[in-house]
Design a binder for this molecule. Structure first.
Ligand code: BGC
Length: 755
């Protein structure tokens, strides 16, 4: 029962059922006679998409102007908890000013394949990055008295067939990769709501999965808020309610409320489930009411635009900078080439599409900084069909501009139609005409800088032929200004990749298992998602996870690691800015456990910090690896286990740029796996109680088993040969000493509760 029983108990069955589904596309239903108002929930995540009064009934177009901050693909690349928190606060302010109760974000799904059409809305291929930054976002927004919705829970990693596909995942990757980020956000930040996803997980709809919505989310993680469906994700309302889905959105026009009432009246559903769900809706409404009215407009458009510019500057990854082409001097004669310089691609399509308060273009912002003439040539057309002679004309004009200038800055990227919510991409290539344009420019102008605009990763076949590359992702409404800031060194780039840029699509982990068939997608790569895959396979990548350059340089001292009283591992390292400019370094900590009893990636990210350093400054940085983050999911006991041993701790500038390695001894969790007749001899020998007993028994019959040694290769011990032999069948070799009675006694002793 919930703390809102008092509010719920006077309500009729029909009223309670009414509370658990939407009034329309964006509001919950009020129960006026009980003093329960309706509240508004709306998108999210990187800005407020509030449909203006009188908009269409599907809640799509015509939203009120709001600041479009960098979408998750950009903001996540900052790896900056403080910055993400500040953007969250600004989003909270805009949400509060518009009297919206819940902002639908953040999205923390793992980028399993670069083909996912919605990767721009997600933070990373790594659950620690997604979880830590997702929690910072939630804390920021909720500090303003409005709620968030952690989405899309869970394992929603593609758009193809998204409303039915079953993500078929083994327990370890499900827990260690796909749920870990959600768990982090729930445990650290308690989002007011969690949004269940459309898809199924191992055959069960997320919206009606009691294991997911109740056992894992509430019983294990301690979630205290409300579970809302993704818009239209409810398959069977009654089953969903019993599973823990509190609020169905949008409205079902009363149809599913009636189903709930009928199920309770027929005795098919206990009313307790409805009381709990209705109580949680009232709980959410009360929280929204408590926050309402404290922040009022008007919105400080300028201040939020400035924050959007700061955030965008911290989202741009300097992938490459050979020969110091960047930063540009203001008096350099620059040719700006590429239609995205004038028509920015700054956010993704679908439910997160923001109507921005302002929109910078890189071209205007470059012109505002440069003191020399800036020539512009679009170079290519953005329409789906551009006539051949027009393409040739645009290219020739751009080549001329490039050859007349000292530096060509070429804006390439994905046109909006190539990536969106609702469908996946077919490939990771930039459009052919853009690649051809770049080749033509490079033939006349070696000093070429490429600036990319793309929500999902693109292949960079030109990477070693272009001296400087900025990965601009999607940067929000102030991306143009931020791009100029980075090009001219007003902002020293500090972002790093939260996803690997592969050489080719066929190298990617999910290549053979994406997007599945007949509504099933097998996560065959298991734990080996993102860098975990490329490292385990020793594959070359274009740019590794965690990579990003700066206009200054950083040196790392020798790292040390120790276990604190809390059980967490503290990693210490001195980082120095050895260059001439102030800058920021994202320090990363990866761990591994050589000789582990379970399969493990080569290294896994466990902690990170964004450290600001003046030129010449050094700082001692302490990073905390939580003990819980060292755990793997043990399928024998269906629980987390920290394996004891000497962990390798890599302190790194990227997943492939390890600067200092140390190690730390970690005590393991004491777990005793129950033994049965099918437990192997090896497992029994390793058991603290059964081990000594069985070894003694075996010693006593060693002679009778001596014949075995005749058939074994020389130098191989009997244990090795017998390791996987089930203990219950050992009498075949060991006779009475390991006969059925002896085995039963052994098992009873092993499994007896220990005091
Ligand atoms: C999306 C959600 C979004 C909701 C409301 C759904 O189609 O998957 O992310 O919050 O619509 O617009």
């Amino acid at each position: 029962m919930t703390e809102h029983d008092d509010a719920v108990s006077p309500l009729t069955l029909t009223e309670k059922a009414a509370l658990t589904s939407g009034a329309d596309f964006w509001h919950t239903k009020p129960i006026e006679r009980a003093g329960i108002p309706g509240i508004m929930l709306t998108d999210g995540p990187h800005g407020l998409r509030k449909q203006a009064e009188g908009g269409d009934h599907l809640g799509l177009g015509n939203s009120v102007p709001a600041t479009c901050f960098p979408p998750a693909v950009g903001l996540g690349s900052s790896w900056d908890v403080e910055l993400v928190g500040r953007v969250g606060e600004a989003l909270g302010v805009e949400t509060a000013i518009e009297n919206v109760g819940v902002l639908l974000g953040p999205g923390v799904n793992i980028k399993r394949s670069p083909l996912c059409g919605r990767n721009f809305e997600y933070l990373s291929e790594d659950p620690i990055v997604a979880g830590v930054l997702g929690a910072a976002y939630v804390r920021g927004v909720q500090s303003k008295g409005v709620g968030t919705s952690l989405k899309h829970f869970a394992a929603n990693n593609q758009e193809t067939d998204r409303m039915r596909a079953s993500s078929d995942i083994d327990p370890r990757p499900l827990r260690e990769i796909y749920l870990r980020g959600f768990q982090r956000v729930v445990e650290d930040a308690q989002p007011w709501t969690v949004m269940c996803s459309y898809n199924r997980i191992n055959g069960v709809y997320a919206s009606e999965d009691p294991w997911l919505l109740t056992q894992v989310l509430r019983d294990e993680w301690g979630f205290e808020g409300l579970v809302v469906s993704d818009w239209g994700a409810v398959n069977e309302r009654v089953a969903a309610l019993a599973a823990g889905l509190d609020l169905e959105m949008p409205s079902s026009d009363g149809r599913t409320d009636a189903e709930i009432v009928a199920a309770i009246e027929s005795g098919a559903l206990s009313e307790d489930y409805l009381d709990i769900a209705a109580g949680r809706v009232v709980g959410l409404v009360r929280k929204v009411q408590a926050g309402a009215g404290t922040i009022t407009g008007p919105l400080d458009v300028e201040a939020h635009h400035a924050l959007a510019r700061e955030a965008a500057g911290r989202s741009i990854v300097l992938l490459r900078n050979e020969g110091g082409v960047l930063p540009l001097a203001t008096d350099t004669a620059v040719a700006v080439i590429g239609a995205f310089a004038e028509t920015p691609r700054y956010q993704g399509a679908g439910s997160s599409l923001i109507n921005p308060t302002r929109l910078d273009t890189a071209l205007e912002e470059i012109r505002a900084v440069a003191t020399a003439e800036v020539v512009y040539a679009p170079g290519f057309g953005l329409a789906a069909e551009v006539a051949e002679d027009e393409t040739a004309r645009l290219r020739a004009e751009a080549v001329q501009a490039a050859s007349d200038a000292e530096v060509a800055v070429v804006f390439l990227g994905l046109p909006a139609r190539l990536e969106s919510e609702g469908y996946d991409r077919d490939d990771i290539d930039l459009p052919a005409e853009q690649l051809a344009l770049l080749d033509a420019v490079l033939r006349v102008q070696p000093n070429t800088v490429v600036v990319l605009s793309n929500g999902g990763v693109v292949a960079l076949p030109f990477a070693d032929r272009v001296p400087a590359i900025l990965e601009g992702w999607l940067l929000g409404q102030a991306g143009g200004g931020a791009t100029a800031d980075v090009l001219y060194g007003r902002v020293n780039p500090s972002a790093k990749l939260t996803e690997t840029i592969p050489v080719r699509l066929s190298d990617t982990p999910a290549y053979l298992d994406f997007p599945g068939e007949f509504s099933h997608v097998r996560y065959g790569e298991g734990l080996f998602v993102g860098y975990r895959w490329y490292d385990a396979r020793g594959l070359e990548v274009a740019f590794p996870f965690g990579h990003g350059l700066s206009y200054t340089s950083f040196a790392y001292g020798e790292a040390s690691a120790s276990v604190a009283a809390s059980g967490d591992v503290e990693v210490r390292v001195t980082v120095s800015n050895t260059g001439a400019a102030a800058g920021r370094e994202i320090v990363q900590v990866y761990t591994s456990l050589p000789g582990s009893a379970v399969q493990r990636p080569v290294r896994e990210l466990k902690a990170f910090a964004s450290v600001e350093l003046q030129a010449g400054e050094s700082r001692d940085v302490v990073l905390t690896v939580r003990r819980a983050d060292l755990a793997y999911w043990d399928i024998r006991i269906d629980g987390w286990v920290v394996e004891g041993g000497t962990y390798t701790v890599d302190v790194a500038a990227s997943s492939r740029d390890i600067r200092s390695t140390t190690s730390v001894e970690v005590a393991g969790d004491a777990i005793v796996v129950p033994l049965d007749r099918n437990s192997s001899l090896g497992e029994v020998i390793a058991h603290p109680i059964a081990g000594p007993i069985v070894q003694q028994a075996l010693a006593s019959v060693a002679e009778s088993m001596g014949g075995l040694s005749d058939i074994m290769p020389e130098g191989v011990s009997m244990e090795k040969m017998m390791y996987s032999f089930p203990i219950g069948r050992l009498s075949m070799l060991a006779g009475e000493a390991m006969g059925p009675e002896a085995v039963d006694q052994l098992l009873a002793a092993a499994n007896a509760p220990q005091s």
